[in-house]
Write a new protein. Structure first.
Length: 335
């Protein structure tokens, strides 16, 4: 597979050129720039709570006045509506003729979830139940877009579901295809700054959740310093895995890509500081529905472009509506 501004897949999709400014090609600048400088538009939202069969719940945020095919958005690790990509992409999709809805992964909403378990990279049962509940209420999801952890979750769902998937097209951005390698990458060099940030957030979320209920595990948060340690001592036991390696092996989306039949676009950069270049899927590792959009630059969920990137120009905003429009066969307005 050759890297560049192109898309590979069983049926070709016309790529939109990606041209980051020369001074914004560093992967860490691409990753951090949107967090600190990207404009967040005002997006009117309506909240909805879905009660799950196990007694827990999932919260949704619908874009008010959105019309057209429904697009479900899945956020990354410790993500929410304040994540730099959330409101811009929701706004772009709404203006492009779609009806976007943001899904808070279990426990990531405004209040802790009810059960002593957490969201994780492979919790396809939560996604499947949300899709089924929406379909049963006459609101079938046409497309889904997942970022980082949410992208891994989406790809695993698509691979497991195959032709039975309850979405017609999908897109995944900056996915940690091999979870164990992603955990190792975050322990190295400048990438440790992202691990430090995520660990602080994860510990805060754990403490917040179990301030109101007893924890089924005994853990000393002060002795956990890496994502692997967190997954070994918290994520795995809370969610029925034997340990971090068992969790990583069973939930890494790389194992499910060959079985994806739904038209799915993978947007990824070779310089993503959350993982290694060799983790990027090859053409012989993907299924008949998968298209690869591999870029040499872009960082982790960055892909900021344009002469004045402070204005918020981003490849994701242009690529997602175009790909969905091309595969849904329904007329939508251009941005």
């Amino acid at each position: 597979m050759e890297a560049g501004d192109h898309i590979e897949g069983p049926s070709r999709f016309q790529a939109l050129p990606f041209s980051p400014p020369p001074w914004l090609r560093n992967p860490h600048l691409q990753t951090l720039w949107p967090k600190f400088f990207r404009r967040r538009p005002q997006v009117p939202l309506r909240r909805e709570r879905l009660n799950l069969e196990d007694g827990d719940f999932i919260d949704l945020a619908w874009v008010e006045h959105g019309q057209g095919p429904i697009v479900l958005m899945l956020h990354g690790l410790e993500g929410n509506l304040r994540s730099h990509y959330a409101l811009p992409v929701l706004s772009t999709l709404a203006r492009s003729g779609f009806r976007p809805v943001f899904m808070f992964l279990r426990g990531c909403g405004d209040e802790p979830n009810r059960l002593p378990r957490s969201y994780h990279s492979g919790a396809v049962e939560d996604l499947a139940e949300v899709l089924e509940l929406l379909q049963a209420s006459g609101r079938s999801v046409a497309a889904a877009i997942g970022f980082s952890l949410g992208g891994n979750l989406l790809l695993r769902y698509l691979g497991i579901s195959g032709r039975e998937a309850l979405v017609r097209t999908a897109m995944a951005v900056s996915v940690p295809f091999v979870l164990g390698d992603a955990a190792r990458r975050l322990e190295q060099g400048p990438s440790r700054i992202y691990q430090y940030y995520l660990m602080r957030r994860l510990k805060q979320s754990y403490a917040r959740k179990f301030a109101t209920m007893p924890s089924p595990i005994r853990v000393d948060l002060d002795r956990i310093h890496t994502l692997r340690q967190y997954d070994e001592q918290i994520t795995a036991p809370l969610n029925g895995f034997a340990g971090a390696d068992d969790y990583y092996n069973r939930c890494s989306s790389i194992h499910f890509l060959r079985r994806i039949t739904v038209p799915t676009l993978l947007l990824h950069s070779l310089d993503d500081p959350f993982m290694y270049p060799h983790n990027v899927p090859r053409a012989d590792q993907i299924g008949p529905g998968v298209h690869l959009a591999i870029q040499p630059h872009g960082g982790h969920v960055g892909f900021i472009e344009g002469v004045r990137p402070g204005a918020g120009d981003c490849l994701i905003d242009r690529l997602a509506p175009a790909f969905f429009r091309g595969h849904l066969g329904k007329r939508t307005e251009s941005v």
